[in-house]
Design a binder for this molecule. Structure first.
Ligand code: GLN
Length: 492
């Protein structure tokens, strides 16, 4: 039998739709493998044992009775624990939500399931998606399947690790400042952050509402396109979703880049990358040239402000969004049985003090400070103003080229523990990814090569608002020419 673990969405769903293999068999095998490998990798916070099998049986019944089981029929999905799943624990990897069972599902999950996909489990991540290494989880650190001494990236590290290790065929991440693309890069999978407004945020636990966007994490570009066709589109439950048509990306992919101009922002290339990263970028450039693209140098002078603006805007929005976790209605509440709270402030502060981890507290304090009277103009407002200027610079750049090609981060995965004590160094890891979210444009990471230590290295492609098609084609050209996506971690 063809390997069912390191397979693609398209291949697996075709086999299930044809009746060559039963969805139940696929899901039973995946649940077993996920459970076993989770002891090593900690990629899932919880598995949807019964629910997944019930969904699988439904697919098998549809196939048996000749009904259309949908474009993602029987495909197991790792859903980041930021997305609400009805009846299934949703924690945001935080103690404050350790026992939260939502009464409804995120629109993304609803749409995936309606298309036949199966929610295999809830993927581990950084707490409230704050982090770049998946070390900030109440449920423990996630390991990189290529080398368990290394981080899988973050914050969607659990989804990335699950896909890379063949514990799931695909998954959903969220990306506020790089959290889909960077773990995709570290784990050797494809990760796509669609244009802001493409995907409904309804039912996704809010981190920074003007930046958050969910997207696919898969083995191939085509698989990501298949998922985007299902999850993208206007949603009456999210007023920030755009009323724009959703193209059939998966049927239009082309690795012929004739007529495409690819920009290299000189500010991104002004500092040195790790030598292996440089090699991968050079090779990707050779590939796109060979495919017919023209390379042009462009300039985004405000690039150096991407990280500072991001950390002000994201923390400010987070401090507002996270104010709802007060230990009153749901989630963790401190034990007041021995020492009752003197007043409401103490009630909140004890529950929140226990419920939130260090990084989340740091963001809440930073954001509260940036929004407080006397500092609002100097920090939050200023950041919003510079964000607007950055957007204008990107707009201009996309009149000069169709897509940008850059690294995702300047190095491959780093070691567990290596950066966790130095938040600034951790934040600087986001230098090439945060502007994408600040501006709202789409971005992806596609596997482009391996480091000398055997760790994957991704290439980032971004494009203008709602121009995913061009971005996907550039990624597709790299994927098809290099075939790195076929590599599998040793011993898994
Ligand atoms: N690493 C960034 C942060 O810590 C981005 C996180 C994300 O995209 N969710 O905020």
């Amino acid at each position: 039998m063809e390997d069912i673990y390191f397979t693609t969405i398209t291949s697996l769903r075709d086999r299930i739709r044809r009746g060559d293999i039963k969805a139940r068999e696929v899901i039973e095998k995946y649940l077993g493998r996920a459970q076993k490998l989770n002891q090593r990798l900690n990629a899932f916070i919880s598995l949807n044992q019964e629910g997944a099998l019930a969904q699988a049986d439904k697919i098998d019944q549809m196939v048996a009775s000749g009904k259309d089981p949908g474009p993602l029929a029987g495909v197991p999905m790792a859903i980041k624990d930021m997305l609400c799943t009805r009846g299934l624990k949703t924690t945001a990897a935080s103690r404050i939500l350790y026992n939260y069972v939502p009464p409804y599902s995120a629109t993304v999950v609803e749409r995936l399931e309606a298309a036949g996909a199966i929610t295999l489990g809830k993927a581990n991540q950084d707490e409230f998606a704050m982090g770049s290494s998946s070390e900030n989880s109440f449920f423990g650190v996630v390991k990189n399947p290529w080398d368990e001494n290394y981080v899988p990236g973050g914050s969607s590290g659990g989804t990335a690790a699950a896909v890379a290790a063949g514990m799931s065929v695909a998954g959903i991440g969220t990306d506020t400042g790089g959290s889909i693309r960077q773990p995709a890069h570290f784990c050797g999978v494809v990760g796509v952050k669609p244009t802001y407004g493409r995907v409904s945020r309804y039912g996704i636990i809010a981190f920074a509402s003007s930046l958050d966007q969910a997207g696919p994490m898969t083995r191939t570009i085509k698989d990501s396109a298949e998922m985007m066709e299902v999850i993208c589109g206007w949603d009456k439950m999210d007023a920030t979703t755009a009323k724009v048509q959703v193209p059939k990306w998966s049927t239009q992919l082309s690795s012929n880049l004739k007529g495409i101009k690819i920009g290299l922002p000189k500010e991104y290339y002004s500092s040195a990358f790790a030598p292996d990263t440089q090699k991968v970028i050079d090779q990707a450039l050779a590939v796109v040239r060979e495919a017919g693209a023209q390379i042009v140098e462009v300039s985004i002078p405000l690039t150096e402000f991407g990280v500072p603006i991001y950390y002000l805007v994201a923390a400010s929005e987070a401090s507002s969004n996270l104010a709802r976790y007060d230990g009153v209605r749901f989630g963790h509440r401190a034990d007041f049985s021995k020492k009752p709270a003197e007043d409401l402030a103490e009630f909140y502060s004890r529950s929140r003090g226990e419920g939130f981890g260090t990084e989340v507290k740091r963001r809440i304090m930073l954001g509260t400070y940036a929004l407080s009277s006397g500092y609002y103009d100097a920090y939050y407002r200023k950041a919003c103003q510079v964000r607007r200027l950055l957007r204008d610079q990107f707009k201009k750049v996309f009149t000069e080229c169709d897509a940008l090609l850059t690294p995702v981060a300047s190095t491959p995965a780093f070691k567990i523990g290596e950066r966790i004590a130095d938040p600034l160094q951790m934040y600087m890891n986001d230098i090439y990814t945060t502007s994408t979210n600040l501006v709202g444009i789409p971005g992806l990471s596609v596997p482009g090569g391996m480091s000398s230590e055997g760790l994957p290295i991704g290439v980032q492609i971004t494009a203008a608002h709602f121009c995913e098609e061009k971005m996907l084609n550039v990624g597709f050209a790299i994927e098809q020419a290099l075939g790195i996506w076929k590599k599998v971690p040793n011993g898994l």
